[in-house]
Design a protein around this ligand. Structure first.
Ligand code: GLY
Length: 597
């Protein structure tokens, strides 16, 4: 029986969500460690939200809504919204709790992208809180003495991969622009939970167990995640007094208390003295960090404008390319059971990823054909390549229009899934879609002042050139690594109708594009759209979600000429539809919920 205790209810909700996910869910969180019997009480609202997810139906509300990856974080945001706070206020409360209860995915030591619809002005904008490469970083940072790329985890674990964090500055900037609630109050739940303790969730416990060897490398990290040498177990109560102290500093001093003073000094010391793999982050890098406002990237799809984060994220451009190429195909008539629909989606995605690999990076450092990449005429031309009956035998980047010659080589960067997504609508009609990350699960594994430091620099290409031709996403001092994060707001007739996004490394793009297709073309509600089993193709291999109905497409896709691989595809989609009230969907593959009023 499912009881009203946090770990059990989450496990129950995940297991009940859909029989097809049962096996994958068990894989995600297993092995479950012994519990010391401490548990987290749940409110009736959280239990109802978990039940809605388990039943596969959206949570409904009239006035405000928040959807994110952990019930405690969602509750913190809901409290702010219920008290009249804006989506920006609520986001701060959600993020500081996520950094405590889901520390492997996002936090103060990382970066984020935020898409904002401002109800008062009717305007969409984006904030770039991406990490930057330190001033000391060289293009060959991740190469050995022979110029060969380091092995991925040799680069990730330690100080070398740590970029200047952007999340604290982003929280402050969003609050400065759009907040109404007093700043210090937004830290109350995070401080209370860090002081009094929270219950380690099944997912966190499972991930610590899997990563124990890497977490054990650095004493501060090991002491927290592996007390007495043993991985924290599901159900254990965990306090984090250092994190509570960091939040107190942020609450009283603002982001300045993070980018200067003792916290900044500790970050620099931790990175530069990382045993075996020191990095080059300095106090100057921290002091110079800035959030950048950027124009949103919007691509037309059906009757919608699909809007999101432009460079240095590849998210909105690649999602927009996929959808733009599919716009002339009647996916609605084909339906989600059609192998032909998945052929088109898969090959459109491969074509988009070819352009992504060649052209997309931080446009403050390299010239990018940003508008050309989502120009409808260009996408119509690319879509003609899909007019065949089988899988494309060759996929190459196209030639989007640009105002001067471009000569880039194809990229070689690796992105493994972690990250977290927050969607919020407030009582004033503002909409927030924010994807937040420390990159790999547990980031660089370095910890200071109660939070983990990112490994975002490994989102850069490890190689600088290919056959003498430079790679757009190579490392340069001050540059922001290319991201796949795709925080999205879908607009129709000038109004927001959907906020959505996901974690998942470069598969984020496929998860978001698929969910928008399921919602826009196949008439699914937001819960059905995010739960729909995944089929994702980026570079040729068609990944189908193991243990789900997606595996049923494997033979058909194989006959069409695709190489097919069944595997876990652990997205964390959180979506809110804004039509006839608010409808929230939370990904059954993770522990999140949607709450509203
Ligand atoms: N590190 C994940 C992303 O930025 O796409």
């Amino acid at each position: 029986m499912c009881s009203n205790w946090f770990p059990t209810v989450v496990a129950c909700a995940l297991t009940l969500a859909s029989p097809v996910f049962a096996q994958q869910t068990a894989d995600d969180v297993a092995p479950e460690g012994a519990s010391d019997g401490q548990v987290q009480a749940l409110t009736d609202e959280v239990i109802a939200a978990l039940k809605a997810k388990a039943d596969g139906v959206p949570v409904k509300a009239e006035t405000w809504m928040v959807a994110a990856a952990n019930p405690l974080a969602v509750e913190a945001g809901a409290k702010v919204l219920a008290a009249g706070g804006t989506a920006a206020d609520a986001m701060v409360a959600v993020q500081v709790v996520l950094g405590l209860v889901e520390p492997q995915s996002s936090g103060l030591g990382g970066g984020a992208f935020l898409v904002w619809y401002d109800a008062a002005s009717g305007r969409l904008t984006t904030l770039d809180g991406r990490e930057t490469a330190p001033r000391e970083a060289s293009p060959t940072l991740f190469q050995d003495e022979n110029g060969e790329p380091l092995k991925f985890f040799d680069a990730v674990v330690g100080g070398l991969s740590v970029g200047t964090p952007g999340t604290p500055a982003l929280l402050e900037e969003a609050h400065r622009r759009w907040g109404r609630s007093p700043w210090p109050g937004l830290f109350e739940d995070g401080i209370r939970l860090a002081d009094e303790g929270f219950v380690v969730s099944p997912r966190l416990a499972g991930l610590i167990q899997v990563d124990a060897d890497r977490l054990a490398r650095f004493p501060e990290t090991a002491n927290y995640f592996l007390p007495d040498g043993e991985p924290l177990a599901q159900g254990q109560r965990l306090t984090n007094p250092d994190y509570a102290e960091t939040l107190r500093v942020l609450a009283s001093e603002g982001a300045a208390g993070f980018y200067g003073g003792e916290i900044a000094a500790d970050i620099v010391r931790t990175v530069r003295n990382a045993p075996g793999n020191p990095g080059g982050l300095s106090g100057v890098d921290l002091a110079l960090y800035q959030v950048i406002e950027r124009e949103p990237i919007c691509a037309a799809y059906r009757s919608y404008e699909v809007c999101g984060m432009g460079p240095p994220s590849s998210g909105a451009l690649t999602v927009g390319q996929i959808l733009g190429m599919l716009d002339s195909y009647d996916l609605a008539a084909m339906g989600p059971e059609s192998a032909e629909a998945w052929r088109l989606i898969g090959d459109a995605s491969r074509l988009a990823f070819a352009d992504r690999g060649r052209y997309m990076a931080d446009s403050d450092f390299i010239p990018m054909p940003t508008r050309g990449l989502i120009d409808p005429a260009y996408l119509a031309e690319r879509a003609e390549l899909l007019n065949d009956t089988g899988a494309l035998t060759e996929v190459a980047p196209g030639n989007p229009e640009f105002d001067h010659a471009l000569n880039w080589a194809d990229d070689a960067s690796i992105e493994l899934p972690s990250t977290s997504h927050i969607s919020i609508v407030d009582a004033y009609g503002n909409v927030l879609s924010m994807t937040t990350t420390i990159e790999n699960g547990f980031g660089s594994r370095l910890m200071t002042n109660g939070f983990l430091l990112n490994n975002e620099l490994t989102d850069f290409s490890f190689r600088t050139h290919r056959d003498g031709v430079p790679i757009a996403n190579r490392i340069e001092p001050g540059k922001r690594p290319r991201s796949s994060m795709s925080p999205t707001i879908v607009m129709q007739d000038g109004s927001p109708v959907l906020a959505i996004g996901s974690p998942g490394g470069s598969r984020i793009i496929g998860y978001v594009a698929k969910s928008i297709i399921a919602w826009a073309d196949w008439g699914m509600d937001v819960q059905q759209a995010v739960a729909l089993p995944h089929l994702v193709n980026r570079f040729g291999t068609y990944d189908v979600e193991v243990g789900t109905s997606a595996e049923g497409f494997a033979d058909m896709l194989g006959e069409l000429g695709f190489e097919v691989n069944a595997r876990d595809l652990t997205s964390g989609l959180h979506a809110i539809e804004i039509r006839d009230g608010l409808h929230g969907g939370a990904d059954p593959r993770r522990e999140g919920i949607a709450l509203g009023e």
